[in-house]
Design a protein around this ligand. Structure first.
Ligand code: SF4
Length: 462
Protein backbone atom coordinates (compact mmCIF):
# COMPACT_ATOMS: atom_id res chain seq x y z
CA UNK A 1 0.00 0.00 0.00
CA UNK A 2 1.26 3.54 -0.68
CA UNK A 3 1.44 6.00 2.21
CA UNK A 4 -1.66 8.07 2.78
CA UNK A 5 -1.70 11.69 1.62
CA UNK A 6 -4.30 14.29 2.54
CA UNK A 7 -5.15 16.24 -0.63
CA UNK A 8 -7.67 18.91 0.31
CA UNK A 9 -8.55 19.77 -3.28
CA UNK A 10 -9.35 16.13 -4.17
CA UNK A 11 -11.27 15.56 -0.95
CA UNK A 12 -13.37 18.64 -1.56
CA UNK A 13 -14.13 17.58 -5.12
CA UNK A 14 -14.69 13.86 -4.62
CA UNK A 15 -15.82 13.53 -1.01
CA UNK A 16 -19.60 13.19 -1.40
CA UNK A 17 -21.66 10.40 0.11
CA UNK A 18 -21.16 6.70 -0.45
CA UNK A 19 -21.52 3.22 1.06
CA UNK A 20 -19.04 2.10 3.71
CA UNK A 21 -18.75 -1.30 2.02
CA UNK A 22 -18.84 -3.32 5.21
CA UNK A 23 -20.64 -5.68 2.84
CA UNK A 24 -21.43 -5.88 -0.86
CA UNK A 25 -24.26 -5.66 -1.71
CA UNK A 26 -24.87 -3.25 1.17
CA UNK A 27 -27.70 -3.62 3.70
CA UNK A 28 -29.75 -1.16 1.61
CA UNK A 29 -30.22 -3.95 -0.91
CA UNK A 30 -31.53 -6.48 1.62
CA UNK A 31 -35.19 -7.39 1.05
CA UNK A 32 -38.04 -8.94 3.03
CA UNK A 33 -38.21 -11.72 0.41
CA UNK A 34 -35.25 -13.39 2.08
CA UNK A 35 -36.72 -15.60 4.82
CA UNK A 36 -35.52 -17.86 7.60
CA UNK A 37 -35.84 -20.85 5.24
CA UNK A 38 -33.33 -19.22 2.90
CA UNK A 39 -30.88 -18.80 5.79
CA UNK A 40 -31.39 -22.48 6.68
CA UNK A 41 -30.72 -23.48 3.09
CA UNK A 42 -27.43 -21.57 3.03
CA UNK A 43 -26.38 -23.02 6.39
CA UNK A 44 -27.05 -26.47 4.95
CA UNK A 45 -25.05 -25.76 1.79
CA UNK A 46 -22.18 -24.42 3.93
CA UNK A 47 -22.13 -27.63 6.00
CA UNK A 48 -21.91 -29.76 2.86
CA UNK A 49 -18.83 -28.10 1.37
CA UNK A 50 -15.88 -30.48 1.03
CA UNK A 51 -14.14 -28.37 3.66
CA UNK A 52 -16.75 -26.35 5.58
CA UNK A 53 -15.58 -22.93 6.68
CA UNK A 54 -14.87 -22.16 10.33
CA UNK A 55 -17.36 -19.91 12.11
CA UNK A 56 -17.36 -16.36 13.35
CA UNK A 57 -20.07 -15.27 15.81
CA UNK A 58 -21.29 -11.75 16.52
CA UNK A 59 -23.43 -11.16 19.63
CA UNK A 60 -25.36 -7.90 19.94
CA UNK A 61 -25.92 -6.65 23.50
CA UNK A 62 -27.99 -3.50 22.99
CA UNK A 63 -28.19 -2.09 26.54
CA UNK A 64 -26.58 1.15 27.76
CA UNK A 65 -26.69 2.92 31.13
CA UNK A 66 -26.89 6.42 29.67
CA UNK A 67 -27.28 8.00 26.26
CA UNK A 68 -24.28 9.41 24.42
CA UNK A 69 -25.88 12.11 22.32
CA UNK A 70 -23.90 11.40 19.14
CA UNK A 71 -24.82 7.69 19.07
CA UNK A 72 -26.26 6.07 15.94
CA UNK A 73 -26.10 2.45 17.18
CA UNK A 74 -29.00 0.05 17.80
CA UNK A 75 -29.22 0.46 21.57
CA UNK A 76 -31.64 0.54 24.49
CA UNK A 77 -30.92 2.98 27.29
CA UNK A 78 -32.36 1.48 30.44
CA UNK A 79 -31.70 0.64 34.08
CA UNK A 80 -34.41 -1.99 34.06
CA UNK A 81 -32.71 -5.34 34.74
CA UNK A 82 -35.82 -7.34 33.91
CA UNK A 83 -35.58 -6.15 30.29
CA UNK A 84 -32.01 -7.39 30.22
CA UNK A 85 -32.95 -10.78 31.70
CA UNK A 86 -35.78 -11.18 29.17
CA UNK A 87 -33.43 -10.31 26.33
CA UNK A 88 -30.84 -12.83 27.48
CA UNK A 89 -33.51 -15.54 27.71
CA UNK A 90 -34.44 -14.78 24.12
CA UNK A 91 -30.78 -14.71 23.09
CA UNK A 92 -30.37 -18.23 24.50
CA UNK A 93 -33.36 -19.36 22.46
CA UNK A 94 -31.81 -17.88 19.35
CA UNK A 95 -28.48 -19.58 20.12
CA UNK A 96 -30.33 -22.92 20.25
CA UNK A 97 -32.04 -22.21 16.93
CA UNK A 98 -28.87 -21.10 15.12
CA UNK A 99 -26.59 -23.76 16.61
CA UNK A 100 -28.94 -26.47 15.35
CA UNK A 101 -28.19 -25.35 11.77
CA UNK A 102 -24.41 -25.73 11.80
CA UNK A 103 -22.35 -28.90 12.02
CA UNK A 104 -20.81 -29.30 15.45
CA UNK A 105 -17.43 -30.01 13.88
CA UNK A 106 -17.14 -26.44 12.63
CA UNK A 107 -14.96 -24.48 15.02
CA UNK A 108 -15.60 -20.93 16.11
CA UNK A 109 -12.39 -19.03 15.33
CA UNK A 110 -13.76 -15.58 15.90
CA UNK A 111 -16.25 -14.16 18.39
CA UNK A 112 -17.25 -10.54 18.84
CA UNK A 113 -19.50 -8.96 21.47
CA UNK A 114 -20.75 -5.56 20.35
CA UNK A 115 -23.51 -3.16 21.23
CA UNK A 116 -24.84 -1.11 22.86
CA UNK A 117 -22.57 -1.92 25.75
CA UNK A 118 -21.64 -5.59 26.22
CA UNK A 119 -20.11 -4.71 29.59
CA UNK A 120 -23.53 -3.49 30.72
CA UNK A 121 -24.00 -7.18 31.58
CA UNK A 122 -22.90 -8.33 35.01
CA UNK A 123 -20.00 -10.75 35.26
CA UNK A 124 -22.46 -13.54 35.96
CA UNK A 125 -24.58 -12.65 32.91
CA UNK A 126 -21.49 -12.52 30.67
CA UNK A 127 -20.33 -15.84 32.09
CA UNK A 128 -23.72 -17.40 31.34
CA UNK A 129 -23.76 -16.10 27.75
CA UNK A 130 -20.26 -17.46 27.14
CA UNK A 131 -21.22 -20.81 28.66
CA UNK A 132 -24.34 -21.01 26.52
CA UNK A 133 -22.27 -20.33 23.40
CA UNK A 134 -19.53 -22.78 24.38
CA UNK A 135 -22.14 -25.49 25.10
CA UNK A 136 -23.65 -25.06 21.65
CA UNK A 137 -20.63 -24.34 19.45
CA UNK A 138 -17.12 -25.73 19.28
CA UNK A 139 -14.77 -22.90 20.32
CA UNK A 140 -11.27 -23.06 18.86
CA UNK A 141 -9.03 -23.91 21.74
CA UNK A 142 -5.75 -22.39 20.58
CA UNK A 143 -4.13 -19.00 20.74
CA UNK A 144 -5.16 -18.31 17.14
CA UNK A 145 -8.74 -17.62 18.07
CA UNK A 146 -9.87 -14.00 18.12
CA UNK A 147 -12.48 -13.34 20.83
CA UNK A 148 -13.16 -9.65 21.21
CA UNK A 149 -15.45 -7.44 23.24
CA UNK A 150 -16.32 -3.75 23.15
CA UNK A 151 -15.97 -2.23 26.60
CA UNK A 152 -17.23 1.04 27.97
CA UNK A 153 -14.57 2.33 30.39
CA UNK A 154 -17.38 3.81 32.51
CA UNK A 155 -18.92 0.41 33.19
CA UNK A 156 -15.81 -1.71 33.70
CA UNK A 157 -13.55 -2.02 36.72
CA UNK A 158 -9.93 -3.17 36.39
CA UNK A 159 -10.91 -6.41 38.13
CA UNK A 160 -13.56 -7.15 35.51
CA UNK A 161 -10.85 -7.03 32.84
CA UNK A 162 -9.37 -10.14 34.48
CA UNK A 163 -12.80 -11.76 34.40
CA UNK A 164 -13.12 -11.02 30.66
CA UNK A 165 -9.73 -12.65 30.09
CA UNK A 166 -10.77 -15.64 32.16
CA UNK A 167 -13.94 -15.96 30.07
CA UNK A 168 -11.76 -16.32 27.00
CA UNK A 169 -11.72 -12.83 25.48
CA UNK A 170 -8.30 -11.88 24.09
CA UNK A 171 -8.99 -8.62 22.19
CA UNK A 172 -10.85 -5.55 23.34
CA UNK A 173 -11.95 -2.22 22.01
CA UNK A 174 -12.79 0.84 24.08
CA UNK A 175 -15.02 3.75 23.21
CA UNK A 176 -12.97 6.88 23.96
CA UNK A 177 -14.32 9.45 21.46
CA UNK A 178 -12.51 12.44 23.04
CA UNK A 179 -10.68 13.13 26.30
CA UNK A 180 -11.60 16.83 26.34
CA UNK A 181 -13.93 17.47 29.33
CA UNK A 182 -15.97 20.09 27.44
CA UNK A 183 -16.56 17.78 24.50
CA UNK A 184 -17.42 14.93 26.88
CA UNK A 185 -19.96 17.15 28.60
CA UNK A 186 -21.50 18.24 25.30
CA UNK A 187 -22.06 14.61 24.26
CA UNK A 188 -23.02 13.32 27.73
CA UNK A 189 -20.15 10.89 28.06
CA UNK A 190 -17.80 11.64 30.95
CA UNK A 191 -14.77 9.42 31.43
CA UNK A 192 -11.27 10.10 32.66
CA UNK A 193 -7.93 9.50 30.99
CA UNK A 194 -6.79 7.79 34.19
CA UNK A 195 -9.49 5.12 34.01
CA UNK A 196 -8.62 4.38 30.38
CA UNK A 197 -4.91 4.10 31.22
CA UNK A 198 -5.62 1.82 34.16
CA UNK A 199 -7.92 -0.47 32.13
CA UNK A 200 -5.45 -0.62 29.26
CA UNK A 201 -2.58 -1.56 31.56
CA UNK A 202 -4.70 -4.19 33.21
CA UNK A 203 -5.72 -5.62 29.83
CA UNK A 204 -2.08 -5.80 28.74
CA UNK A 205 -1.14 -7.53 31.97
CA UNK A 206 -4.03 -9.97 31.50
CA UNK A 207 -2.65 -10.95 28.09
CA UNK A 208 -5.08 -9.19 25.74
CA UNK A 209 -3.38 -9.31 22.35
CA UNK A 210 -4.86 -6.28 20.72
CA UNK A 211 -6.36 -3.18 22.32
CA UNK A 212 -8.28 -0.80 20.15
CA UNK A 213 -9.57 2.73 20.84
CA UNK A 214 -12.46 4.42 19.04
CA UNK A 215 -12.29 8.19 18.60
CA UNK A 216 -14.73 10.52 16.87
CA UNK A 217 -13.98 13.82 15.16
CA UNK A 218 -16.61 16.42 14.39
CA UNK A 219 -18.16 16.42 17.87
CA UNK A 220 -19.45 19.65 19.45
CA UNK A 221 -16.75 21.86 20.91
CA UNK A 222 -13.87 20.13 19.15
CA UNK A 223 -11.06 22.07 17.50
CA UNK A 224 -7.78 21.02 15.93
CA UNK A 225 -6.01 21.97 19.16
CA UNK A 226 -8.40 20.12 21.48
CA UNK A 227 -8.38 16.95 19.38
CA UNK A 228 -4.58 17.13 19.14
CA UNK A 229 -4.43 17.08 22.95
CA UNK A 230 -6.63 13.97 22.95
CA UNK A 231 -4.45 12.30 20.33
CA UNK A 232 -1.29 13.14 22.28
CA UNK A 233 -2.70 11.32 25.29
CA UNK A 234 -3.83 8.38 23.16
CA UNK A 235 -0.42 8.08 21.50
CA UNK A 236 1.23 8.11 24.92
CA UNK A 237 -0.82 5.02 25.87
CA UNK A 238 -0.11 3.49 22.43
CA UNK A 239 -3.09 1.17 21.82
CA UNK A 240 -2.52 -1.40 19.07
CA UNK A 241 -5.33 -0.01 16.93
CA UNK A 242 -7.12 3.31 16.63
CA UNK A 243 -10.28 4.07 14.71
CA UNK A 244 -11.01 7.74 14.04
CA UNK A 245 -14.63 8.05 12.93
CA UNK A 246 -16.36 10.99 11.35
CA UNK A 247 -19.40 12.17 13.33
CA UNK A 248 -22.47 12.29 11.09
CA UNK A 249 -25.02 14.75 12.50
CA UNK A 250 -28.44 13.35 11.49
CA UNK A 251 -30.85 14.59 14.18
CA UNK A 252 -33.89 13.69 12.06
CA UNK A 253 -32.78 10.06 12.15
CA UNK A 254 -31.21 9.77 15.62
CA UNK A 255 -33.28 11.43 18.34
CA UNK A 256 -30.39 11.72 20.83
CA UNK A 257 -28.47 13.91 18.39
CA UNK A 258 -31.14 16.60 18.88
CA UNK A 259 -29.41 17.27 22.22
CA UNK A 260 -26.37 18.46 20.29
CA UNK A 261 -26.40 22.11 19.28
CA UNK A 262 -25.62 22.40 15.57
CA UNK A 263 -23.87 25.70 16.27
CA UNK A 264 -21.28 23.88 18.41
CA UNK A 265 -20.35 21.36 15.74
CA UNK A 266 -17.07 22.20 13.99
CA UNK A 267 -17.47 23.49 10.44
CA UNK A 268 -16.64 21.13 7.53
CA UNK A 269 -13.31 22.98 7.07
CA UNK A 270 -12.35 22.50 10.73
CA UNK A 271 -13.36 18.84 10.53
CA UNK A 272 -11.06 18.34 7.57
CA UNK A 273 -8.25 20.13 9.43
CA UNK A 274 -8.79 17.80 12.39
CA UNK A 275 -8.67 14.78 10.11
CA UNK A 276 -5.55 16.03 8.34
CA UNK A 277 -3.65 16.69 11.55
CA UNK A 278 -4.83 13.39 13.07
CA UNK A 279 -3.50 11.40 10.12
CA UNK A 280 -0.12 13.19 10.34
CA UNK A 281 0.15 12.64 14.06
CA UNK A 282 -0.73 8.95 13.90
CA UNK A 283 1.62 8.26 10.98
CA UNK A 284 4.41 10.14 12.83
CA UNK A 285 3.70 7.95 15.84
CA UNK A 286 4.35 4.94 13.54
CA UNK A 287 0.75 3.79 13.07
CA UNK A 288 -0.07 2.38 9.64
CA UNK A 289 -3.16 3.60 7.85
CA UNK A 290 -5.23 0.50 7.11
CA UNK A 291 -8.05 2.36 5.34
CA UNK A 292 -11.44 3.91 6.11
CA UNK A 293 -10.83 5.39 9.60
CA UNK A 294 -8.57 2.55 10.83
CA UNK A 295 -4.95 2.76 12.00
CA UNK A 296 -2.80 -0.01 13.50
CA UNK A 297 0.72 -0.44 14.80
CA UNK A 298 2.90 -2.32 12.28
CA UNK A 299 3.03 -5.50 14.38
CA UNK A 300 -0.73 -5.56 15.08
CA UNK A 301 -2.45 -8.43 13.31
CA UNK A 302 -4.60 -6.02 11.28
CA UNK A 303 -1.51 -4.43 9.70
CA UNK A 304 0.07 -7.87 9.30
CA UNK A 305 -3.13 -9.19 7.65
CA UNK A 306 -3.05 -6.33 5.17
CA UNK A 307 0.52 -7.25 4.21
CA UNK A 308 -0.18 -10.99 3.97
CA UNK A 309 -3.49 -10.80 2.09
CA UNK A 310 -5.60 -12.00 5.03
CA UNK A 311 -7.48 -8.77 5.69
CA UNK A 312 -11.24 -8.56 5.18
CA UNK A 313 -13.86 -5.89 5.43
CA UNK A 314 -16.99 -6.88 7.31
CA UNK A 315 -19.65 -5.43 9.59
CA UNK A 316 -17.04 -4.65 12.26
CA UNK A 317 -14.96 -2.62 9.78
CA UNK A 318 -11.61 -4.25 8.96
CA UNK A 319 -10.93 -7.67 10.40
CA UNK A 320 -8.86 -10.83 10.10
CA UNK A 321 -10.16 -14.42 9.71
CA UNK A 322 -11.32 -13.86 6.17
CA UNK A 323 -12.60 -17.33 5.50
CA UNK A 324 -15.32 -17.72 8.16
CA UNK A 325 -19.09 -17.94 7.88
CA UNK A 326 -20.58 -15.28 10.16
CA UNK A 327 -23.53 -15.93 12.49
CA UNK A 328 -25.15 -12.80 13.93
CA UNK A 329 -27.05 -13.16 17.21
CA UNK A 330 -29.32 -10.60 18.89
CA UNK A 331 -31.45 -7.78 17.56
CA UNK A 332 -30.35 -6.13 14.30
CA UNK A 333 -27.34 -8.44 13.87
CA UNK A 334 -26.37 -9.65 10.41
CA UNK A 335 -25.26 -13.14 9.38
CA UNK A 336 -23.16 -13.81 6.30
CA UNK A 337 -23.29 -17.50 5.43
CA UNK A 338 -21.97 -18.60 2.06
CA UNK A 339 -23.51 -16.41 -0.60
CA UNK A 340 -26.18 -14.94 1.64
CA UNK A 341 -26.79 -12.15 4.13
CA UNK A 342 -29.60 -12.18 6.67
CA UNK A 343 -30.49 -9.55 9.24
CA UNK A 344 -32.43 -9.98 12.47
CA UNK A 345 -35.40 -7.86 13.48
CA UNK A 346 -34.55 -4.64 15.31
CA UNK A 347 -37.29 -4.48 17.96
CA UNK A 348 -36.92 -6.57 21.12
CA UNK A 349 -40.69 -7.26 21.08
CA UNK A 350 -40.57 -8.78 17.58
CA UNK A 351 -37.37 -10.64 18.50
CA UNK A 352 -39.01 -12.14 21.61
CA UNK A 353 -42.18 -13.10 19.76
CA UNK A 354 -40.26 -14.93 17.03
CA UNK A 355 -37.72 -16.86 19.08
CA UNK A 356 -40.33 -17.77 21.71
CA UNK A 357 -42.37 -19.44 18.99
CA UNK A 358 -39.30 -21.29 17.72
CA UNK A 359 -38.70 -19.07 14.68
CA UNK A 360 -35.37 -17.62 13.59
CA UNK A 361 -35.79 -13.84 14.11
CA UNK A 362 -34.78 -12.97 10.55
CA UNK A 363 -36.41 -9.94 9.01
CA UNK A 364 -34.65 -9.52 5.70
CA UNK A 365 -31.60 -10.48 3.71
CA UNK A 366 -30.18 -11.23 0.32
CA UNK A 367 -28.96 -14.10 -1.83
CA UNK A 368 -25.95 -13.02 -3.88
CA UNK A 369 -26.11 -13.62 -7.63
CA UNK A 370 -23.03 -14.23 -9.80
CA UNK A 371 -22.60 -10.53 -10.51
CA UNK A 372 -22.83 -9.68 -6.77
CA UNK A 373 -20.18 -12.28 -5.96
CA UNK A 374 -17.78 -10.92 -8.53
CA UNK A 375 -18.28 -7.27 -7.60
CA UNK A 376 -18.03 -8.11 -3.88
CA UNK A 377 -14.61 -9.65 -4.54
CA UNK A 378 -13.46 -6.67 -6.63
CA UNK A 379 -14.56 -4.17 -3.96
CA UNK A 380 -13.06 -6.31 -1.19
CA UNK A 381 -9.67 -6.44 -2.96
CA UNK A 382 -9.71 -2.70 -3.46
CA UNK A 383 -10.90 -1.81 0.07
CA UNK A 384 -8.43 -4.17 1.79
CA UNK A 385 -5.34 -4.04 -0.41
CA UNK A 386 -5.71 -0.92 -2.56
CA UNK A 387 -5.54 -2.58 -5.97
CA UNK A 388 -7.57 -4.57 -8.48
CA UNK A 389 -5.66 -7.33 -10.26
CA UNK A 390 -7.56 -8.20 -13.47
CA UNK A 391 -5.85 -11.62 -13.84
CA UNK A 392 -7.10 -12.72 -10.44
CA UNK A 393 -10.71 -12.22 -11.55
CA UNK A 394 -10.15 -13.69 -14.99
CA UNK A 395 -8.78 -16.84 -13.37
CA UNK A 396 -11.22 -17.13 -10.48
CA UNK A 397 -14.46 -15.94 -12.06
CA UNK A 398 -14.05 -17.13 -15.65
CA UNK A 399 -14.56 -13.67 -17.12
CA UNK A 400 -12.52 -11.30 -19.21
CA UNK A 401 -12.16 -8.37 -16.79
CA UNK A 402 -11.86 -5.70 -19.50
CA UNK A 403 -14.97 -6.95 -21.29
CA UNK A 404 -17.07 -7.52 -18.19
CA UNK A 405 -16.22 -4.17 -16.63
CA UNK A 406 -16.05 -2.15 -19.86
CA UNK A 407 -18.58 0.39 -18.52
CA UNK A 408 -16.73 0.80 -15.23
CA UNK A 409 -13.31 1.13 -16.90
CA UNK A 410 -14.73 3.96 -19.01
CA UNK A 411 -15.50 5.87 -15.80
CA UNK A 412 -11.92 5.71 -14.54
CA UNK A 413 -9.83 8.10 -16.72
CA UNK A 414 -10.88 11.22 -14.73
CA UNK A 415 -9.78 9.44 -11.53
CA UNK A 416 -6.42 8.66 -13.17
CA UNK A 417 -6.08 12.24 -14.34
CA UNK A 418 -6.80 13.51 -10.84
CA UNK A 419 -4.31 11.02 -9.40
CA UNK A 420 -6.70 8.98 -7.24
CA UNK A 421 -5.60 5.82 -9.01
CA UNK A 422 -3.03 4.59 -11.51
CA UNK A 423 -3.86 2.14 -14.31
CA UNK A 424 -1.29 -0.12 -15.86
CA UNK A 425 -2.06 -3.07 -18.03
CA UNK A 426 -4.22 -5.43 -16.02
CA UNK A 427 -4.05 -3.52 -12.77
CA UNK A 428 -5.64 -0.57 -11.01
CA UNK A 429 -3.84 0.83 -7.97
CA UNK A 430 -4.91 3.37 -5.44
CA UNK A 431 -2.49 6.30 -4.97
CA UNK A 432 -1.46 7.91 -1.69
CA UNK A 433 -3.98 10.71 -2.21
CA UNK A 434 -6.65 8.26 -3.39
CA UNK A 435 -6.50 6.24 -0.16
CA UNK A 436 -8.77 8.63 1.69
CA UNK A 437 -11.24 8.36 -1.20
CA UNK A 438 -11.24 4.58 -1.44
CA UNK A 439 -15.04 4.44 -1.23
CA UNK A 440 -15.35 6.81 -4.17
CA UNK A 441 -13.21 4.49 -6.31
CA UNK A 442 -14.96 1.33 -5.05
CA UNK A 443 -18.31 2.86 -5.90
CA UNK A 444 -17.48 2.76 -9.60
CA UNK A 445 -17.71 -1.07 -9.37
CA UNK A 446 -20.94 -1.03 -7.33
CA UNK A 447 -23.82 -1.90 -9.62
CA UNK A 448 -26.53 -0.76 -7.19
CA UNK A 449 -25.14 2.67 -6.41
CA UNK A 450 -25.76 3.71 -10.01
CA UNK A 451 -29.17 4.51 -8.53
CA UNK A 452 -28.67 8.18 -7.59
CA UNK A 453 -31.72 8.09 -5.32
CA UNK A 454 -29.65 6.10 -2.81
CA UNK A 455 -27.21 8.99 -2.31
CA UNK A 456 -29.12 10.53 0.55
CA UNK A 457 -29.11 7.22 2.44
CA UNK A 458 -25.32 6.89 2.36
CA UNK A 459 -22.95 8.49 4.84
CA UNK A 460 -20.37 11.15 3.98
CA UNK A 461 -17.29 9.49 2.48
CA UNK A 462 -15.00 11.79 4.47
S1 SF4 B 1 -22.07 5.26 22.11
FE1 SF4 B 1 -22.07 3.21 22.99
S2 SF4 B 1 -22.43 3.56 25.18
FE2 SF4 B 1 -23.02 5.45 24.15
S3 SF4 B 1 -25.23 5.26 23.77
FE3 SF4 B 1 -24.17 4.50 21.94
S4 SF4 B 1 -23.95 2.33 22.20
FE4 SF4 B 1 -24.44 3.20 24.20
Amino acid sequence: MPDVFFDLDLITRYGGTGPRYTSYPTALQFTDNFKADDHRRFADISNKLAVPKPLSIYVHIPFCQTLCYYCGCTKIVTRNQSRVCDYLDNLYQEIDLQAALFDKTRVVEQLHFGGGTPTYLSEEQLRNVMKKLADNFDFLDTDDREFSIEIDPRTVSPDSIDVLAELGFNRLSMGIQDFDPNVQKAVNRLQSVESVVELTERARAAGFKSISYDLIYGLPGQSVESFTRTLDKVIEILPDRIAVYNYAHLPQRFKGQRMIKSSEIPSPDVKLDILNSSISKLIDASYEYIGMDHFALPNDELAVAQRTGELQRNFQGYSTHRSCDLIGLGISSISHVGDSFSQNVVSTAAYAEMVESGKLPIQRGLELNDDDRLRAAVIQQLMCFGYIDFDYFTQNFAINFEDYFAYELEQLPPLVEDNLITMQKGRIEITASGRLLLRTVARVFDYYSRDEALNERYSQTI
